[in-house]
Design a protein around this ligand. Structure first.
Ligand code: FES
Length: 259
């Protein structure tokens, strides 16, 4: 969920009644995982700094007000964390409901079906119904008829290796951070606000191919939906097996289909 903390000092806390001792500076999310408790998440990852944007990982901490994000909250001695209260479960379902209200509902025919963290998390939080009307920008055209609509955000297929479909983006910023923190390229950014917020590979008219993108694939690996996907996966499906290698001079790691 979040990177490991490096400290000789340790902190002991309880998560859902389980005592766990972790290095000082560890996130509540990671400490929970150490205690065997998996907290739903969308924007956190093991190899990038916590960002706290998706709000799916909220928890309750005794003696503290509100419902902090567990990925950005560091542990403290004697902390008592609850990750599965009825209030928390309701909040998470509400957050997920908002995401899904602005997302295409073509899961069964989506190229990421079965390999999509958004789909997994919708199931994990028990989302069964969406009460809101479709979002205004990402999703206005993604109706059951499948007809095109002027508001349908166009795909960017300019990169030879991967495709970018903004209609499926949840703006978690994992791709932007992977580009910066993992690859050190700074080719991506988030532009706009609210319904208009989206990942951009440069100025408004720029596509991935004409941006600073070096096609390393870090953003594709980081994406939790079908927004950024390898073209080979879209065409041939998810590989049965993959092998991850890491070159001595490259921190990304490359996945490819094993023969
Ligand atoms: Fe914590 Fe997204 S995983 S806010």
């Amino acid at each position: 969920g979040t990177p490991a903390a490096r400290s000789d000092k340790t902190v002991t806390l309880t998560v859902d009644g389980f005592e766990v001792t972790v290095p000082e500076g560890t996130s509540v999310m990671r400490a929970s995982a150490e205690a065997g408790i998996s907290i739903p998440k969308l924007c956190a990852s093991d190899n990038m700094d916590a960002f706290g944007s998706c709000r799916l990982c909220v928890v309750e901490i005794e003696g503290r007000r509100g419902t902090p994000a567990s990925c950005t909250t560091p542990v403290a001695e004697g902390m008592v964390v609850h990750t599965q209260t009825s209030k928390i479960k309701k909040l998470r379902r509400g957050v997920m409901e908002l995401y899904i209200s602005d997302h295409p509902l073509d899961c069964l025919t989506c190229s990421a079906n079965g390999d999509c963290e958004l789909q997994d998390m919708a199931g994990a939080v028990g989302l069964r119904d969406v009460r809101y009307e479709a979002g205004e920008n990402h999703f206005a055209a993604r109706n059951t008829s499948g007809e095109a609509n002027p508001q349908w955000l166009p795909k960017d297929d300019s990169n030879p290796y991967f495709s970018y479909d903004p209609s499926k983006c949840i703006v978690c910023s994992r791709c932007v951070r992977a580009c910066e923190e993992v690859q050190g390229t700074f080719a991506l950014t988030i532009e706009g606000r609210g319904w208009d917020s989206r990942v951009s590979a440069g100025a408004a008219s720029d596509d991935f191919l004409s941006s600073d993108c070096v096609s390393c694939g870090a953003c594709v690996q980081a994406c939790p939906t079908a927004t950024l996907q390898e073209k080979s996966v879209i065409e041939m499906g998810t590989p049965d097996r993959s092998v991850v290698t890491t070159c001595a001079y490259c921190g990304v790691g490359c996945s490819f289909k094993a023969e």
